[in-house]
Design a protein around this ligand. Structure first.
Ligand code: ATP
Ligand code: MG
Length: 356
């Protein structure tokens, strides 16, 4: 197939890890006879330095005209001044909004060879394979907010809202994924207290009943979910929830596999390109040292093949290659537990060798 995959290397370790993911893209293109066009565009702190804008118009246009986008990471101490006119992260929020990326997907599937890297007991994590769907463009982070005078000092509010349409579209995506995995769906809310959660629960149940009647489905309250996630994570499969609950639960979940350097994510809209990136940040403390773990970004590339290009064979090939590399004992410093470690490029070499 022919596809255009726009690369946004970003700041810090972003360019180093995207370089390895690009080598994986090239290897897949060669092996499966695809033609990928891979323009690389400025975004984040580097784009502020060069154009005074974290998401220059030309970058946005190129992204809109592509089939998928692969992002490294943005930000760093250089652009952290809170009084600055604009910040690298503003570029990220803008691109999500411009592309209507309302669904954030995070798979949490610890490698059995790395279970000891996790703060949790091996018996608890073993067998865990969760796919989170976090709503990304609505809820309390985008609701009305403000401050007012109050006899006690000040009063502030942030409102959580969801519409039927916003709930239905993310539940539908999650339910489709659950069906494709042959698994089950869990919706997480706080319906015992919040009216917005009662609508969430009602709409989710309707979508499942009308469109996915055979799907195994249950609901869990968010406070209980926070406990279950570390006491019995292997009982869950696809989990769908709102923006803030998803933010908190996915960070909690990211501790299960032990290292941030292994976890990819995808942000999807109803049509148009999806955005794929590692969940970690730009790691300024190790930028330029050639020791960053490129596996999260390489695994994000696998998600890109699966969700935007519909190339399941290629996606699985990448995931299995990474699993074999980990099983063979190859480790970058973040997962080496003080033992022998290899560089970013060497880790890329290992994956490419497994693929070809
Ligand atoms: P952000 O605000 O951009 O999310 P952050 O401050 O939350 O950034 P990260 O940049 O994700 O943090 O880094 C957190 C820690 O994890 C750092 O010590 C960093 O070096 C390490 N880290 C993050 N990503 C990787 C990676 N790919 N390989 C190795 N170490 C990493
Ligand atoms: Mg962070």
């Amino acid at each position: 197939m022919e596809a255009r995959i726009t690369l946004l290397p970003g700041d810090g370790i972003g360019p180093e890890i995207v370089e390895q993911a690009k080598r994986v893209l090239d290897t897949i293109a060669q092996k499966y006879d695809h033609q990928f066009e891979t323009p690389s565009c400025p975004m984040g702190g580097n784009a502020i330095d060069e154009f005074g804008d974290p998401l220059p118009a030309e970058t946005l246009e190129t992204c809109k005209a592509s089939d998928a986008i692969l992002l490294g990471a943005v930000g760093g101490p250089k652009w952290d001044d809170p009084s600055a006119k604009t910040r690298p992260e503003a570029g990220l929020l803008k691109i999500r909004k411009e592309l209507g990326l309302f669904a954030n997907l995070r798979p949490i599937k610890p490698y059995s060879e790395l279970l000891d890297a996790s703060p949790l007991k091996r018996e608890i994590i073993e067998g865990t394979d969760i796919l989170f769907f976090r709503e990304l463009t609505g809820g309390i982070y985008f609701g009305e907010s403000g401050r007012m005078e109050h006899p006690d000092g000040e009063k502030a509010f942030s409102v959580m809202t969801y519409t039927t349409k916003e709930i239905a579209r993310i539940v539908r995506l999650a339910a489709e994924a659950a069906r494709n995995r042959g698994g089950k769906l869990t919706s997480v809310d706080k319906a015992n207290v919040l009216e917005v959660s009662r609508l969430w629960r009602q709409v989710a149940a309707d979508v499942v009943k009308n469109e996915f009647p055979d799907l195994e489905y249950d609901v869990v309250l968010v406070d209980a979910m926070a406990m279950h996630l570390i006491s019995r994570p292997s009982d869950f499969d696809v989990v769908v929830t709102g923006n803030m609950f998803g933010d908190i639960l996915t960070d909690e979940g990211s501790m299960l596999p032990g290292s941030l350097g292994l976890l990819p994510s995808a942000s999807l809209g109803s049509d148009g390109p999806g955005l794929y990136e590692p969940i970690h940040g730009s790691a300024p403390d190790i930028a330029g040292k050639g020791i960053a773990n490129p596996l999260a970004t390489i695994l994000a590339t696998a998600m890109l093949f699966r969700h935007s290009l519909n190339l399941e064979t290629e996606a699985t090939a990448i995931e299995e290659a990474v699993a074999r590399v980990v099983a063979a004992g190859h480790r970058t410093a973040d997962i080496a537990a003080g033992g022998k470690s290899i560089s970013t490029t060497e880790m890329g070499d290992c994956v490419i060798q497994e693929l070809s």
